[in-house]
Design a protein around this ligand. Structure first.
Ligand code: FEO
Length: 177
C-alpha cells in the first residue's frame, strides 16, 4: 500500500483534533448535567466522551498504520455554560452537524488524492454520523414536546439513562465498535 499523501495526512491530523475536542466538549457537558441534577443525561454524555475518544483513536491508529504520524494539536476550552438541558442538546446537535461536515470535507480530500483506502476507512464514520445526528434529533424532539414541564424532563432524563446503559452494552460487545 502506498504511503499516505501529505494533504490527506494533514486533514486526518485536523480530524484527530476535532474528535479530541468532541471528547472534551461532551465531558464538560456531562459534568454540567451531573452538577445541575440530570444524572441520566450525564451518564449518556459520559458514554459519549468515551465514544469520541474511540473515534479519535481510530484515526490515530489508521494514520500511523498508513505511514503517517498522528500529532495532537492545541485545543480550545470547551463551552461549559448552558441555559437549559434543551440548550445543551441543541449544542450537541450543532456540534455533530459540524463534525459531519468535517468528515465530508476529509472524504473529499481523500477522493481528490485518489486515496480510496482512506475513502473506504471513512465510510464507517459517515454511517456513524447519520446515527449520532438521528439519536440527538430524537432526544431534542422529546425535549421540545416536554417543554418546560419538569415532570417531562425528569422522564427524558430517565430515558437517557437507559440509552447510556444500552450504549454500554453495545461498546462492551466484541464487534461493537
Ligand atoms: Fe466523533 Fe460524535 O462524532
Amino acid at each position: 500500500m502506498a504511503m499516505i499523501k501529505k494533504t490527506v495526512e494533514k486533514a486526518i491530523v485536523h480530524q484527530i483534533k476535532n474528535e479530541e475536542h468532541s471528547t472534551r466538549l461532551y465531558l464538560a457537558m456531562a459534568s454540567w448535567c451531573q452538577v445541575k441534577g440530570y444524572p441520566g443525561a450525564a451518564a449518556f454524555l459520559y458514554k459519549q466522551t468515551d465514544e469520541e475518544r474511540m473515534h479519535m483513536l481510530k484515526f490515530v491508529h489508521y494514520l500511523n498504520d498508513r505511514g503517517g504520524h498522528s500529532l495532537l494539536l492545541a485545543l480550545d476550552d470547551p463551552t461549559a455554560e448552558y441555559k437549559s438541558l434543551t440548550d445543551l442538546f441543541e449544542k450537541v446537535l450543532k456540534h455533530e452537524e459540524f463534525i459531519t461536515a468535517e468528515i465530508n470535507k476529509l472524504y473529499e480530500v481523500a477522493l481528490n488524492e485518489k486515496d480510496y483506502t482512506t475513502g473506504s476507512f471513512l465510510q464507517w464514520f459517515i454511517t456513524e454520523q447519520i446515527e449520532e445526528e438521528s439519536t440527538v434529533h430524537g432526544i431534542l424532539d422529546k425535549m421540545k414536546l416536554a417543554g418546560k414541564d419538569s415532570g417531562g424532563l425528569f422522564l427524558i432524563d430517565k430515558e437517557l439513562s437507559a440509552l447510556a446503559a444500552a450504549k454500554g452494552a453495545a461498546t462492551a460487545a466484541p464487534a461493537g465498535e
